[in-house]
Design a protein around this ligand. Structure first.
Ligand SMILES: [Fe+2]
Length: 250
């Protein structure tokens, strides 16, 4: 009964936060869609890795390493830019979540050690190691899903109350200026297909204004290769590119 009350309160609080963010700049929405997708995809890849196939095990290990690098970088970006901003104007709001960030870095280190431990294992031992890693990664993903929920409701509400959209864009620009190109491309690879069409158009429309033309072209080519035909058609139409033949939009 108590947990039911708690769940209903959480649903209501979430709806309130979503409502408060209508039409506002959302610092978390895009990158968190990318992280949720990359985490889920990697978890599933670990689960289906054949322990007797050394090539597959190596590929899974590399994929997990890339995910963990991105998760660690994400924690650094939030700690470096978003949390100080929230703390400056809404003291105390980020305290619990800052501790969770420290916990995530410890979990990332443990998962890295587990991935390194796969090296050279015989199939039977590898099967056990993979299963352990799969379960540990599942918990890491579960914690991150909870954590991102808090950020997108509690943190966002604090940001929307204390900052104008222009200030939020300023925080985001400062953060983006520290992101290396390879990390940016990785994020695009996971973010673009998982955004909805209006979000995708807004992101790429802004990038066309701000980024050098060759960089924009690479991102656009990547989007074309990844997106479903319908999504690509919407994007191309929105950007004023050549129409996609044979696709009728409702
Ligand atoms: Fe975070």
């Amino acid at each position: 009964m108590q947990s039911n009350t708690h769940e209903l309160a959480q649903v209501a609080a979430t709806a309130q936060a979503v409502e408060a963010g209508t039409g506002r700049v959302n610092l978390y929405a895009g990158i968190h869609k990318a992280l949720r997708a990359f985490m889920a995809d990697t978890l599933l890849a670990v689960g289906r890795t054949d322990p007797a196939d050394a090539q597959e095990v190596a590929a899974t290990r590399e994929r997990l390493g890339t995910l963990l690098d991105l998760c660690a970088a994400h924690v650094r970006h939030e700690d470096g830019f978003v949390h100080p901003a929230i703390e400056a104007r809404s003291p105390g709001v980020v305290e619990g979540v800052a501790d969770e960030h420290a916990g995530h870095l410890a979990q990332i280190a443990r998962l890295r050690a587990m991935a390194d431990g796969l090296d050279g294992l015989a199939p039977a031992a590898c099967a056990l190691a993979l299963q352990n890693m799969y379960l540990a990664l599942a918990l890491f993903v579960a914690e991150n899903l909870q954590h991102m929920h808090t950020e997108e409701t509690v943190h966002n509400t604090a940001l929307w109350q204390a900052f104008s959209d222009a200030e939020l864009v300023g925080i985001h620009d400062g953060l983006l200026a520290t992101v290396p190109p390879a990390e940016m491309m990785l994020v695009m690879r996971w973010m673009l297909p998982q955004m909805n069409a209006p979000e995708r158009l807004e992101l790429l429309g802004g990038m066309r204004q701000g980024a050098p033309a060759p960089v924009f072209q690479v991102v656009l080519d990547g989007a074309r290769a990844q997106l479903a035909e319908r999504d690509w058609a919407k994007l191309a139409r929105g950007l004023g590119l050549a129409p996609v033949d044979g696709l009728v939009m409702a």
